[in-house]
Design a binder for this molecule. Structure first.
Ligand SMILES: Nc1ncnc2c1ncn2[C@@H]1O[C@H](COP(=O)(O)OP(=O)(O)OP(=O)(O)O)[C@@H](O)[C@H]1O
Ligand SMILES: [Mg+2]
Length: 208
C-alpha cells in the first residue's frame, strides 16, 4: 500500500489507520456494552415482573439465572458457579418478583461468605408436588449456635453499616408466609446449604 502514497502523505495515512483501528476497538467495546446492557435490561424486566400479575407461572431455573445476571458485578473471576438443574423441573405458581428477592438474598450471602474466592452451587429438582432449590457455598459456614437465629430480623454478624440482618428474614417471610414453603439451613465449615422448598401449586387459602 505504501507505494501509492508520497513520503509526506505516508505518515498521515499511518496515523489515520491507527486512529481508525482504535475506533474499531471502541466500537466493538460499545457493541459489547450494549449487548451486556440489553441482557441486563431483559433480566431486570423479568426479574421485577413489571408488567405481570402478582402470581405467575414461574420458571424457577430462569429466575435463578436472572438473579445471577443482576449479581454479576459481585461475581468475581475467582468465584466458580456450578449449575445442577434437573430437566423435569416444572413451572410453579409463585409471586415471581418476591421469589427473585429470595434468590438474591441467599446468593448474596453465599458470595459474601466466600469472600471473592470459592464455589457456588445452584441445584434445582422436583419430587412429590414441590420444587427444591439448594444454594450451596464452600465458605466458612454458619456456627451451630447461630444457625437457629439467622432468619431473625436484624440478626447479622456483619459489621455495622455492612449488613442489615434483614436478608434472610425477608426470604423466610416470602417462602414460608407467601408461598407456604420451607427454608432451611444446613452448615458445616466449608459447606453451607440454604434449601428452599416450594409447592408447585399455591394453596388456594393463601392470603399473601
Ligand atoms: N452462606 C452463608 N455463610 C455463612 N454465614 C451466613 C450465610 N448466610 C447467612 N449467614 C449468616 O446469617 C446472618 C444473617 O443473614 P442475613 O442475610 O439475614 O443478614 P446479613 O447478610 O447479615 O445482612 P443483609 O442481608 O441485610 O445485608 C449473616 O450475618 C451471617 O452471619
Ligand atoms: Mg444477607
Amino acid at each position: 500500500m505504501a507505494e501509492h502514497f508520497t513520503p509526506t502523505q505516508l505518515p498521515v495515512v499511518v496515523l489515520w489507520l491507527g486512529a481508525t483501528s482504535s475506533v474499531y476497538g471502541l466500537l466493538e467495546e460499545v457493541g459489547q456494552s450494549a449487548e451486556a446492557m440489553s441482557e441486563i435490561v431483559k433480566a431486570v424486566k423479568t426479574y421485577s415482573y413489571l408488567d405481570q400479575a402478582p402470581i405467575q407461572s414461574v420458571d424457577v431455573i430462569e429466575s435463578l439465572e436472572n438473579t445471577l445476571v443482576l449479581l454479576r458485578p459481585k461475581i468475581t473471576a475467582d468465584i466458580s458457579i456450578t449449575r445442577d438443574y434437573a430437566d423435569d423441573v416444572p413451572r410453579i405458581e409463585a409471586y415471581g418478583s418476591e421469589l427473585n428477592q429470595v434468590w438474591t438474598n441467599i446468593i448474596d450471602n453465599a458470595i459474601d461468605s466466600i469472600e471473592g474466592r470459592g464455589e457456588l452451587t445452584l441445584r434445582a429438582y422436583t419430587a412429590d408436588g414441590v420444587v427444591t432449590v439448594d444454594i450451596i457455598d464452600n465458605g466458612p459456614g454458619v456456627p451451630p449456635e447461630i444457625q437457629p437465629r439467622i432468619f431473625e430480623p436484624f440478626f447479622t454478624t456483619k459489621g455495622p453499616g455492612v449488613g442489615t440482618g434483614l436478608g434472610l428474614h425477608i426470604a423466610y417471610n416470602i417462602v414460608v408466609h407467601k408461598h407456604r414453603g420451607q427454608i432451611q439451613v444446613a452448615s458445616k465449615p466449608g459447606e453451607t446449604r440454604l434449601r428452599v422448598v416450594l409447592p408447585i401449586r399455591l394453596a388456594a387459602s393463601n392470603s399473601g
